[in-house]
Design a protein around this ligand. Structure first.
Ligand code: IPM
Ligand code: MN
Length: 356
């Protein structure tokens, strides 16, 4: 798999409704590839809760090498009712993010036409910004431990790690992205410099330094708590936000709900380096209660495919998928909620293909 003109995508359907939504993503990927003359290879991997319960392994030996041969991974969902919370999230999702050094977590917050937002008086023109979440550091590295565990004197430490390199590569990518997006040209750093006076001091100084290389981009700063208020009150203020891993996790759930919920919110875990393997996913979970019913919304996964194309060098194709999604939400779907779309999961996939 060494040729450069073939898009190689590994599909991990995963748990619950994951395989159902991934199938619609693949359907749309095949349709746009045909229209745009994109050569592709697709391969399915059965990693997830069921396989773990059978074999005791989450990522079997050789899995990382196998996946590393692909440009991108399309991930349906992780989370299985019979597996304790955290095991699959850590063993599959976080493992892949870290192993493939996917240091950018790109989460657009965009209200598509026809989609309802809980924010009164706000529409698609107001809710259209992008969060760049650092994806390999902060509280997510797993550094820490216990002292005197299970005693009355117990101590637990969970260490937030920030490196100059880790901050810099993410912040620089965010500046580049803001320049390329070419909207308000404002990059807002979201952190908590008034309390996290070591870690976020490093983040802040790095941001100031990199900003000098981008005189055409307005560098801006919000504390994370204030950002949560503004995202609700004045979402139109934002263009691009760059933030740390944990805060990015939290504010992108807020972002997900103001853009119409988990049925539409997509994310990309990106390793932008040449030869990097990136991973694209709907932000929603495995929704066990809807599994196999054909009622889950595949729009988020299809939006993840649009992002996969854009980030893999197929910008026109990605843009066409994004436009098709907006036609379907704007003119066909009754709601973005599972079971209320007016169509089944696979009919929504068909509608996007028709709109293409
Ligand atoms: C997300 C999820 C993950 C995270 C969990 C499942 C580990 O919430 O992708 O936002 O915290 O990053
Ligand atoms: Mn999250």
């Amino acid at each position: 798999m060494s040729d450069n003109d073939t898009l190689k995508v590994a599909v991990i359907g995963g748990d619950g409704t994951g395989p159902e939504v991934a199938a619609e993503g693949v359907k749309v990927l095949k349709a746009i590839a045909k229209l745009e003359g994109i050569r592709y290879e697709l391969e399915d991997f059965d990693f997830g809760g069921d396989r773990y319960l059978k074999t005791g392994e989450i990522l079997p030996a050789g899995a990382v090498e196998q996946l590393g041969r692909f440009n991108a991974i399309l991930l349906g969902a992780v989370g299985h009712p019979d597996v304790a919370p955290g095991i699959l999230e850590k063993g599959l999702l976080l493992e892949l993010r870290f192993t493939f050094d996917q240091y950018i977590n790109l989460r657009p917050v965009k209200l598509y036409p026809g989609v309802e937002t809980p924010l009164a008086g706000k529409g698609p023109d107001d809710i259209d910004f992008v969060v760049v979440r650092e994806n390999t550091e902060d509280l997510y590295t797993g550094m820490g431990g216990f002292l005197k565990k299970h005693t009355p004197d117990e101590v637990a430490m969970q260490t937030a790690v920030y490196t100059r390199k880790g901050c810099e590569r993410c912040i620089r990518w965010a500046f580049e992205y803001t320049r390329k997006r070419n909207r308000r040209k404002r990059l807002t750093l979201v952190a908590k410099t008034n309390v996290l006076t070591f870690g976020h001091d490093l983040v802040w100084r790095t941001f100031q330094d990199v900003a000098k290389e981008y005189p055409d981009v307005e560098p801006d700063y919000n504390h994370v708590d204030a950002c949560c208020m503004w995202m609700v009150k004045n979402p139109e203020y934002y263009d691009v936000i760059v933030t740390t891993n944990m805060f990015g996790d939290i504010i992108t759930d807020l972002g997900g709900i103001i853009q119409g919920g988990m049925g539409v919110a997509a994310g990309g875990n990106i390793n932008p380096e040449p030869g990097g393997t990136s991973m694209f996913e709907p932000m929603g979970g495995s929704a066990p209660k809807y599994t196999g019913k054909g009622v889950i919304n595949p729009i988020a996964t299809i939006a993840a495919v649009a992002m996969l194309l854009e980030q893999s060098g197929y910008e026109k194709a990605g843009g066409r998928v994004a436009t098709a999604i907006q036609q379907v939400t704007g003119t066909k779907m009754k709601s973005q909620a599972a079971g209320k779309m007016g169509y089944s999961t696979s009919e929504v996939g068909d509608l996007v293909c028709e709109a293409l």
